[in-house]
Design a protein around this ligand. Structure first.
Ligand code: SAM
Ligand code: SF4
Length: 383
């Protein structure tokens, strides 16, 4: 059996436009004065045809509209894409079709049409339940508006997740505990909780360099915030199944699990990445980032990279150690073509950072806090 089958098969569609650019965000998102949505639909359909021909007969278990702000897409574009996807690949009965939404009122007005189009899960970027914090994050909505939009989504969809950003300026552990408890009182069964990261090239990074953006947490407070997050979500029955993602058991995002479990996925849209195993070889696909370049190109894909056995194994480690379930040793050995250096792994085990049990490798809670260092070390064991 080809390894990707353990993780499944999904489709990612990137919509690269937003109403305004948030100062912390380095995603491939742009503000455009006008967007010819029909032209975008035509381009998505053409790409679906091209990539479906390469992956004929594979069973799709997830479609994810990400961005950018996909809730700015006309519902006709979303339904056009979903209808064409259904004609192009067989889909599982319980296929997850997620759309990322911003909680503006205009967007909320489209939720019903998205449902009609076949979307069955919404992931909403609420980010904070505090108006002052939202303003500082450069968001256009207020907390009451976000909760109203969330309520509309909740009435229409069985599955609605939302994102919050914590470790913000001046945020104390006590403030975050209260905000998270409030968030959990609204949550259905899934939450994404991201620590604010200052990404190079963003306005936040420039402000930090100039001595602005004061009150960001030092390492001790960041650890305390992370620990409080785990404790409160565990107690509420939404433990983390991935470093930043929490769900009731069974309500995990099927789409993201495909990435973290090393499945194959098609990536369509500006800057979208994909991983495909074709004729037994795993390739990385990537699209040009600039929306116009992508839109106006006949085959909007950069040259493909073939992953070596080592690169594939490193990627499996990088993705799967983010999961509480960790990775399967048999798969790792199969992908790499040889066993890892166990003395390196045992060292991490002795330091209380890794568990090697029942044929699985998992990061301990302490290991998860030092995950980048742990992953780097595990990668050394593969050489
Ligand atoms: C790229 S956005 C797309 C969805 C939608 N546009 C939104 O903003 O909610 C996906 C998520 O990434 C997170 N995010 C983006 N930049 C971040 C950063 N610098 N630090 C932490 N989280 C970030 C936000 O929580 C956001 O909801
Ligand atoms: S965080 Fe979301 S809304 Fe803000 S710029 Fe990034 S993609 Fe757009």
């Amino acid at each position: 059996m080809e390894d990707w089958r353990h993780g499944g098969f999904g489709l990612y569609i990137h919509w690269p436009f937003c109403q305004s650019k948030c100062p912390y965000c380095d995603f491939n998102s742009h503000v455009a004065s006008s967007v010819d949505q029909d032209k975008w639909l035509t381009a998505y359909l053409r790409e679906i045809d091209r990539l479906a021909a390469e992956t004929k007969g594979r069973v799709l278990s997830s479609v994810f509209f990400g961005g950018g702000t996909p809730s700015l897409m006309n519902p006709e574009v979303v339904s056009g894409v979903i209808d064409h996807v259904r004609r192009s690949w067989p889909m599982t009965n319980s296929a997850e079709i997620t759309l990322e939404a911003n909680p503006g009122s205009v967007e909320a007005g489209r939720f019903s049409a998205y449902r009609q189009a076949g979307v069955n899960r919404i992931s909403m970027g609420i980010q904070a339940l505090n108006d002052e914090a939202l303003r500082k994050l450069g968001r256009l909505h207020t907390a009451p508006e976000a909760l109203k939009a969330f309520g509309i989504a909740r009435d229409l969809f069985d599955r609605v997740s939302f994102d919050l950003i914590y470790a913000r300026q001046e945020q104390t552990v006590q403030d975050w505990r209260a905000e998270l408890r409030l968030a959990l009182s609204y949550a259905i069964d899934h939450l994404s909780l991201y620590q604010l990261t200052i990404e190079e090239g963003t306005p936040f990074a420039a402000r930090l360099l100039k001595g602005g953006l004061t009150g960001l947490p030092d390492e001790d407070r960041a650890v305390a915030l992370f620990e409080a997050t785990q404790e409160i979500c565990d107690a509420a029955g939404l433990p983390s199944y991935e470093v930043s993602n929490h769900a009731r058991p069974g309500a995990e995002s099927q789409h993201n699990l495909i990435y973290w479990r090393g499945g194959d996925y098609v990536g369509i849209g500006p800057g979208a990445h994909g991983r495909l195993t074709l004729d037994g070889v795993r390739v990385a696909t990537e699209c040009p980032r600039a929306p116009d370049t992508w839109l106006n190109s006949r085959t909007p894909e950069l040259p493909r990279m073939t992953l070596s056995a080592l690169e594939h194994a490193e990627e499996y480690v990088l993705m799967s150690l983010r999961l509480s379930e960790g990775l399967e040793m048999d798969r790792l050995i199969n992908i790499r073509g040889k066993a890892p250096n166990y003395s390196v792994l045992n060292e991490l085990k002795d330091q209380g950072l890794l568990l090697i049990e029942n044929g699985r490798l998992t990061a301990t809670p302490r290991g998860r806090m030092l995950l980048n260092a742990v992953i780097e070390k595990v990668a050394v064991s593969l050489a």
